[in-house]
Design a protein around this ligand. Sequence first.
Ligand SMILES: NC(=O)c1ccc[n+]([C@@H]2O[C@H](COP(=O)([O-])OP(=O)(O)OC[C@H]3O[C@@H](n4cnc5c(N)ncnc54)[C@H](O)[C@@H]3O)[C@@H](O)[C@H]2O)c1
Length: 351
Amino acid sequence: MSKKLKVGVIGLGGIANTHMPGWIDSDYTEVVAGCDVVESTMSTWRDKYGIDRVTNRAADLIDDPSIDILDLCVPNNYHAPLAIAAMKAGKHVLCEKPLAPNPALIRDMIAARDASGKMLMAAQHFRFTSSAKTMKAEIDSGVLGDIYHARSWMLRRAAAPTRPGFILKDQATGGATIDIGVHILDLTLWFMGNPKPVSVTGVARTELAHKPGTFSIWGGNIPKEMDVEEFATAFVRFENGSTLILEVSWLLHHKTDGEDMQMWLYGTEGGIHWPQNAVYHTDLVAQKHVDRLLTDNLELKEAHAQECIEFAEAILQGKPSPVPAEHSLQVLTILDAVYTSQQTGREVLLA
Ligand SMILES: NC(=O)c1ccc[n+]([C@@H]2O[C@H](COP(=O)([O-])OP(=O)(O)OC[C@H]3O[C@@H](n4cnc5c(N)ncnc54)[C@H](O)[C@@H]3O)[C@@H](O)[C@H]2O)c1
C-alpha cells in the first residue's frame, strides 16, 4: 500500500542516513527522491536504499507537487534558503540542526511557515530519546518546584568534525557553539520550560585546533582551513530570574573518551542530573537526603529515526511541531549573543 506522505531528502551525506530508518519504519512516509551535489554520494545513497530518483538540483524536489515533506540534511548555511523555498512550494520541512545559523534567518523561516501553514521542525534528536522524554515528564510533574539554575555542557576531547560543512564559516557560519551548543542548549531550555532569555555573557574561541599535530579521533589532523571556533562558554539570565551556565567544546583536555554531555537543574524542591536521570530531594522533616533514579524504558526507535516518525505523525494528526521553531529561535538567539559578546567583550541584553 502506498504511504500517505511522500518524502524528498536534500543532502545525502552522514546525517541523512540516520533519518532513513525513520522514514522507512513510519507507517505514514515513503522516501521517493534524493538530492546531493556530489555524484558519488548520490549514487551510493541510490544504491543503498533502492530509490532511483536522484538529482543534483534541489529545485527538482522543491518544485515537485507530489512531494509532501522535504528533509534538509545539508550544511547549516543552506538550511534557511531551502526551507523557505520548500514551504513556499507547499512542503512540510524537517531541517537538521541548527534550524538556521542565526535568529534573523529563523524569523524568516517562521514567517514562511506561517504563510504556508506547513510544519517546520529542527531535528533536535536528543528530545526523542527515552531518557530525555522520561526526565521531561518528571520535571513537568512539578517535582523540582521553581527551577532557578542550570548547568549544562557538551564537551569533547579531540573530537572535532573535519568536513567542510562544519569547519568553514561560509558553509557552517559557526563551530562548536552552534554545532553542539544547539543540542545541549535546546534540551536544557526544554527541560526548564523554555523561559525567555534576557541577557548573555559569552566567549567563543579557538585555542587548540591550529596547534601542529592536533587531531580528531574521527580521523586525520584538523584542517588548517578551519575558521570557526572550537569552544564556547556562556552565562545566561532569564526573565523569570533563573540562570544557566553553558560550556561546549570540540577539543578540550577533558576527561572523556569521546563526549561528555550532562545537565544539572536546581529547583526550590529538588534537583536533577541528566542523562543519569537522577532526582535529588531533601526531606526537611526527616532531615535527610532522598535520591531517586528514574526508570527510562520507553520503547522508541533510535532517536534520529524517532524524530522523523513523530514529525510525520504530528502532520497527519494535526498536532503542533514536536520541536516548535520558536524554541529553536530562542536557542539561536542565545548562541548568536555568545558570538556578539565575544566580539564586544560585554554582556548582551536581549530585546
Ligand atoms: N543531529 C545530529 O546529531 C547531526 C549530526 C551531524 C550533522 N548534523 C547536521 O546535519 C547537516 C549535514 O551534516 P552531515 O554530517 O550530514 O554532513 P555531510 O557533509 O556528511 O553531508 C552533507 C551533504 O550535503 C550535500 N550538499 C551540500 N550542499 C548541498 C546542496 N546545496 N544541495 C544538495 N546537497 C548538498 C553534500 O554534498 C553532502 O553530501 C548539518 O547541518 C549538521 O549540523 C546533525
